[in-house]
Design a binder for this molecule. Structure first.
Ligand code: HEM
Length: 215
């Protein structure tokens, strides 16, 4: 039986996933080598990324194809705002700034995400499906290493999604039934790989700051 589009997307992006997942910043973070400031720095960059993603989701909400992927229960910006206040205090908005790599990623989300449904879904898939899966490893580190539960880790908590496996199955079904032709499906894969690369760009920039975070 030939693979479904969701299976093809998953396998075609697997090398990019491996690279992202084993970038030196993520390795150090999951290896328990870094202070809570590193988690805060990552979350602060994700605040900008999700602001771009969720702004684009609003724009695409009424699109007949992309709109099916706009799930309110995924929304991360309100949780990130609470996490930012926890880490940086009431003036967090004037404290955090996007890294150049983050600006580049946000610009691409806004550009590709408004251009066509597949561009939006590629960026949506790469982040949210990753958060539901691998993000949970980061949440566990925050809890076990730094005693951060609740505010500070809300970004990783999808309490409006009762079953992650069921959510993922439903999402894969949406990927499989979206009316993209072969060329468009290829475009979704390429844009997802690009999204991974843009994530790696942020990890690389954060890795340069690692000496300040070493425990
Ligand atoms: C923190 C390190 C990471 C770990 C430990 C991790 C782990 C995992 C695991 C175990 C899965 C499989 C879940 C399943 O099929 O049930 C997964 C899926 C996924 N991850 Fe990651 N991941 C990490 C980082 C990332 C990053 C940085 C991204 C992208 C920004 C990402 C994007 C994805 C996506 C899109 C999927 C869904 C693949 C699919 O089923 O189509 N992950 N991750």
């Amino acid at each position: 039986m030939s693979p479904t589009f969701a299976e093809t997307l998953r396998s075609a992006t697997m090398p990019a996933h491996e690279t992202a997942n084993h970038s030196s910043f993520v390795d150090a973070l999951l290896g328990g080598e870094l202070s809570v400031d590193a988690f805060a720095a990552l979350a602060s960059q994700l605040y900008f990324v999700y602001s771009a993603l969720e702004e684009t989701a609003e724009y695409m909400r009424t699109d007949p194809v992309a709109g099916k992927f706009v799930f309110d229960e995924l929304t991360r910006v309100p949780s990130l705002r609470t996490d930012m206040r926890f880490y940086f205090g009431p003036d967090w908005e004037s404290t955090i700034t996007p890294l150049p790599a983050t600006d580049e990623y946000c610009a691409r989300i806004r550009e590709a995400g408004r251009e066509w449904s597949g561009g939006f879904v590629a960026h949506h898939y790469t982040r949210y499906l990753g958060d539901i899966a691998g993000g949970q490893a980061i949440r566990a580190k925050l809890r076990n290493l730094h005693n951060v539960t609740g505010p500070g880790s809300l970004f990783y908590c999808f309490d409006r999604i009762p079953s992650a496996p069921r959510f993922r199955d439903n999402y894969r079904e949406l990927l499989n039934t979206a009316p993209w032709d072969a060329q468009e499906r290829k475009g979704v894969i390429l844009e997802s790989v690009r999204a991974y690369e843009l994530n790696v760009g942020i990890f690389t920039a954060l890795a340069e700051k690692m000496p300040a975070y070493q425990l």
